[in-house]
Design a protein around this ligand. Structure first.
Ligand code: PLP
Length: 435
């Protein structure tokens, strides 16, 4: 199959006159000839302006966990609209959503809402600082926690050679405009190395407010922490008085009802949620231990004009009810397993070495015998085969991220017909890549 992108290409030229890169977010620009514009999404599929249909495994980077335009959630959202929007006052249903979250996630006693994952993580970091009276924090290599200055940093491995230096790789900002001053507050350490973490805490523990981690790295192909490492991190945080923040913006209400914390048997002090909690309606949450959360209103600022909008709250109430009270998550995981088994068969038939990382509901695909165990491994792995295959897949009617960093998100609407179409397209894309 070869797609025509006539209307998307024409729209791109027009959009470029008013929108930088012709899009609303840098990540939506896929090249002058390949940027597509969506006409609509339904279930597990999207259609572009040229009426090309795609089975979609990005799901807006995870939110559409039940599928696009889910009628149950959309009806709830319409009822939420009847309430009237935002009032600079609270509504009754916030309690219902907070109560549901606290019952689903065992570490959560109390909840506050925000509008995006970025905002939730910002709020969590501030809360940890307010609670501990300390300023600095630690994040893990390969993690992504949103678009704010405090976390837009990575270790630069380009000119760093562990054979010739004992020094850690330098920290570099992801973006121009991130102030150099922020670097002083932040340390980045590799995942799955508890000794290094302890060393860091031993040297700087009295200044570190928080360890911020994402045990299944949803922005680094689902690379997964060893649960032993996460449990060791928990103990080290207790020992050094550091607040453990688990960022569940992608994993929350997806990999298990109680998120990655349930999967790994670890409880955070504070955790953050967004994406799956309202099937795409704009809401996020910060949840945590009572004594920490009560710092809100007792010294730590939190608020926001659009926080807990009546539409988003209604959508969250319905989405969480479905995820909690129906077998939706089992269905999603089973579809993910079926997809991976099918892809595995196609690759095995061709003798192509591969592996999967993460969780079946958000799995990363690697063309290597074992998935990387941390960002440093991933940086040195060869992902050119993936990138080429992904471009062919788009032409064949399946949308995954153009590069391997984003896992394949599965939704409840990825039924057998979606899976069949995907596997046929995958087979063709692999063959085109090998040619
Ligand atoms: N934290 C994690 C783990 C994420 O994956 C993301 C976004 O992908 C964020 C935070 C930021 O969320 P948002 O894009 O809603 O601001």
């Amino acid at each position: 199959m070869s797609r025509k992108l006539t209307k998307s290409n024409a729209h791109f030229k027009k959009a470029l006159t008013r929108l930088p890169l012709g899009v609303a977010s840098n990540f939506r620009y896929w090249g002058d000839d390949r940027t597509i514009y969506v006409k609509k999404g339904r279930g597990g599929r999207i259609w572009d302006l040229d009426d090309n249909a795609y089975v979609d495994y990005r799901l807006g980077y995870g939110p559409a966990i039940l599928g696009y335009a889910d009628p149950r959630v959309d009806e709830a959202a319409r009822q939420g609209m009847e309430v009237g929007g935002v009032f600079a006052l609270s509504t009754e249903r916030e309690y219902e959503v907070a109560d549901r979250i606290a019952k689903m996630v065992s570490s959560v006693d109390l909840v506050r809402f925000s509008n995006s994952g970025t905002e939730a993580v910002m709020a969590a970091l501030r809360l940890a600082r307010g609670y501990t009276g300390r300023d600095s924090y630690v994040i893990l290599e390969g993690g992504y926690h949103g678009l704010f200055d405090a976390v837009l940093w990575a270790t630069s491995l380009d000119r760093w050679d562990p054979e010739t230096t004992d020094e850690d790789p330098p920290l570099v900002p992801y973006s121009q405009g991130v102030p150099e001053l922020v670097r002083r507050l932040l340390q980045i350490t590799p995942m799955n190395d508890a000794n290094r973490l302890e060393d860091l805490f031993r040297k700087n523990g009295d200044r570190i407010a928080a360890l911020l981690i994402e045990p299944i790295q949803g922005n680094c192909c689902g690379i997964t922490a060893d649960p032993e490492y996460v449990r060791a991190a928990r103990q080290l945080c207790d020992k050094y008085g550091v607040v453990l923040i688990i960022d569940e913006v992608k994993t929350g209400f997806r990999v298990a009802k109680g998120g990655v914390q349930e999967l790994m048997g670890v409880e955070a002090d504070i955790c953050t949620f967004a994406k799956a909690m309202a099937n795409g309606y704009q809401i996020a949450a910060i949840g945590g231990r009572e004594d920490i959360m009560r710092k809100y209103g007792n010294g730590v600022a939190h608020g926001g004009t659009y926080t807990a909008h009546s539409v988003a709250i209604a959508a969250a109430a319905k989405t969480l009810e479905i995820l909690d009270e129906t077998p939706a998550l089992e269905t999603i995981a089973a579809y993910g397993e079926r997809l991976q088994a099918g892809m595995g068969r196609i690759l095995n038939d061709r003798g192509i070495v591969h592996s999967f990382a993460g969780h079946p509901s958000m799995g990363g695909l690697f063309f290597a015998e074992e998935p990387p165990t941390n960002y440093r491994d991933w940086k040195t792995s060869d992902y050119t085969f993936y990138d080429t295959m992904a471009a062919h897949l788009h032409d064949e009617g399946v949308i995954c991220e153009p590069d391997s960093r984003e896992p394949w998100f599965i939704c409840e609407a990825h039924d057998q017909s979606c899976l069949n179409d995907t596997l046929a397209a995958f087979e063709a894309a692999v063959d085109r890549t090998v040619e």
